[in-house]
Design a protein around this ligand. Sequence first.
Ligand code: FMN
Length: 100
Amino acid sequence: MASEPSATPMTLTTVVASTRPGRVGRSVADWFTARAAEYDGFESHLVDLRELALPFYDEPHPPALRQYTRSHTVEWSRIVDASDAFVFVTPEYNGGFPAR
Ligand SMILES: Cc1cc2nc3c(=O)[nH]c(=O)nc-3n(C[C@H](O)[C@H](O)[C@H](O)COP(=O)(O)O)c2cc1C
Protein backbone atom coordinates (compact mmCIF):
# COMPACT_ATOMS: atom_id res chain seq x y z
CA MET A 1 0.00 0.00 0.00
CA ALA A 2 1.43 3.38 -0.98
CA SER A 3 1.99 5.80 1.86
CA GLU A 4 0.38 9.24 1.87
CA PRO A 5 2.65 12.19 1.13
CA SER A 6 3.68 14.04 4.27
CA ALA A 7 1.74 17.26 4.98
CA THR A 8 4.92 18.84 6.31
CA PRO A 9 7.61 19.24 3.68
CA MET A 10 11.13 18.14 4.51
CA THR A 11 13.57 20.90 5.33
CA LEU A 12 16.62 20.73 3.10
CA THR A 13 19.56 22.87 4.20
CA THR A 14 22.32 23.62 1.73
CA VAL A 15 25.56 24.55 3.49
CA VAL A 16 28.15 26.72 1.76
CA ALA A 17 31.30 25.20 3.22
CA SER A 18 33.87 27.46 1.60
CA THR A 19 34.66 30.73 3.37
CA ARG A 20 37.57 31.55 1.04
CA PRO A 21 37.82 35.04 -0.50
CA GLY A 22 37.03 34.61 -4.21
CA ARG A 23 35.22 31.32 -3.62
CA VAL A 24 32.87 29.86 -6.23
CA GLY A 25 30.99 27.71 -3.74
CA ARG A 26 28.40 30.37 -2.90
CA SER A 27 27.24 30.70 -6.51
CA VAL A 28 27.02 26.90 -6.85
CA ALA A 29 24.99 26.69 -3.62
CA ASP A 30 22.68 29.55 -4.72
CA TRP A 31 22.03 27.70 -7.98
CA PHE A 32 21.34 24.40 -6.21
CA THR A 33 19.10 25.99 -3.56
CA ALA A 34 16.97 27.62 -6.26
CA ARG A 35 16.65 24.29 -8.14
CA ALA A 36 15.71 22.43 -4.93
CA ALA A 37 13.07 25.08 -4.14
CA GLU A 38 11.25 24.08 -7.34
CA TYR A 39 10.27 20.75 -5.74
CA ASP A 40 7.22 20.75 -3.48
CA GLY A 41 8.66 18.05 -1.28
CA PHE A 42 11.29 20.34 0.21
CA GLU A 43 11.56 23.60 2.00
CA SER A 44 14.94 24.70 0.76
CA HIS A 45 17.27 26.89 2.84
CA LEU A 46 20.82 28.06 2.40
CA VAL A 47 23.34 28.52 5.21
CA ASP A 48 26.62 30.27 4.46
CA LEU A 49 29.35 29.37 6.94
CA ARG A 50 31.13 32.62 6.11
CA GLU A 51 28.09 34.57 7.33
CA LEU A 52 27.55 32.33 10.35
CA ALA A 53 31.24 32.85 11.24
CA LEU A 54 31.74 29.87 13.53
CA PRO A 55 35.14 30.19 15.19
CA PHE A 56 37.24 27.26 16.35
CA TYR A 57 37.07 26.08 19.95
CA ASP A 58 35.23 28.92 21.65
CA GLU A 59 32.72 26.83 23.64
CA PRO A 60 33.74 25.76 27.15
CA HIS A 61 31.68 22.53 27.19
CA PRO A 62 31.85 19.41 24.97
CA PRO A 63 29.24 19.58 22.16
CA ALA A 64 27.54 16.39 23.39
CA LEU A 65 26.35 18.31 26.46
CA ARG A 66 24.56 20.90 24.27
CA GLN A 67 25.33 23.62 26.81
CA TYR A 68 26.14 26.32 24.29
CA THR A 69 27.17 29.76 25.47
CA ARG A 70 27.75 31.61 22.17
CA SER A 71 24.98 32.95 19.95
CA HIS A 72 26.59 31.59 16.76
CA THR A 73 26.73 28.07 18.25
CA VAL A 74 23.10 28.29 19.39
CA GLU A 75 22.12 29.40 15.88
CA TRP A 76 24.05 26.56 14.21
CA SER A 77 22.47 24.04 16.59
CA ARG A 78 19.02 25.45 15.81
CA ILE A 79 19.66 25.10 12.06
CA VAL A 80 20.81 21.50 12.46
CA ASP A 81 17.81 20.60 14.63
CA ALA A 82 15.39 22.17 12.15
CA SER A 83 16.85 20.34 9.12
CA ASP A 84 15.82 16.94 7.79
CA ALA A 85 18.53 16.73 5.13
CA PHE A 86 21.72 18.55 4.16
CA VAL A 87 23.69 19.25 1.02
CA PHE A 88 27.23 20.44 1.65
CA VAL A 89 28.74 22.44 -1.20
CA THR A 90 32.34 21.98 -0.26
CA PRO A 91 35.66 22.47 -1.98
CA GLU A 92 38.56 20.06 -1.75
CA TYR A 93 41.76 21.68 -0.52
CA ASN A 94 44.95 19.67 -0.42
CA GLY A 95 43.21 16.32 -0.57
CA GLY A 96 40.49 16.96 2.01
CA PHE A 97 37.46 19.09 2.86
CA PRO A 98 38.11 22.31 4.77
CA ALA A 99 37.47 22.62 8.48
CA ARG A 100 36.05 26.11 7.94
C1 FMN B 1 44.52 25.94 -1.78
C2 FMN B 1 43.70 25.04 -2.68
C3 FMN B 1 43.87 23.66 -2.65
C4 FMN B 1 43.12 22.81 -3.50
N1 FMN B 1 43.29 21.47 -3.42
C5 FMN B 1 42.55 20.65 -4.22
C6 FMN B 1 42.68 19.22 -4.14
O1 FMN B 1 43.44 18.70 -3.35
N2 FMN B 1 41.94 18.46 -4.97
C7 FMN B 1 41.07 19.01 -5.88
O2 FMN B 1 40.42 18.25 -6.63
N3 FMN B 1 40.90 20.35 -5.96
C8 FMN B 1 41.61 21.17 -5.15
N4 FMN B 1 41.45 22.54 -5.22
C9 FMN B 1 40.45 23.07 -6.15
C10 FMN B 1 39.18 23.49 -5.37
O3 FMN B 1 38.58 22.38 -4.70
C11 FMN B 1 38.15 24.05 -6.34
O4 FMN B 1 38.72 25.17 -7.01
C12 FMN B 1 36.89 24.48 -5.62
O5 FMN B 1 35.91 24.87 -6.57
C13 FMN B 1 37.15 25.63 -4.66
O6 FMN B 1 35.91 26.00 -4.05
P1 FMN B 1 35.68 27.48 -3.51
O7 FMN B 1 36.01 28.41 -4.63
O8 FMN B 1 34.21 27.50 -3.13
O9 FMN B 1 36.57 27.65 -2.31
C14 FMN B 1 42.19 23.38 -4.41
C15 FMN B 1 42.02 24.78 -4.42
C16 FMN B 1 42.74 25.60 -3.57
C17 FMN B 1 42.51 27.10 -3.60
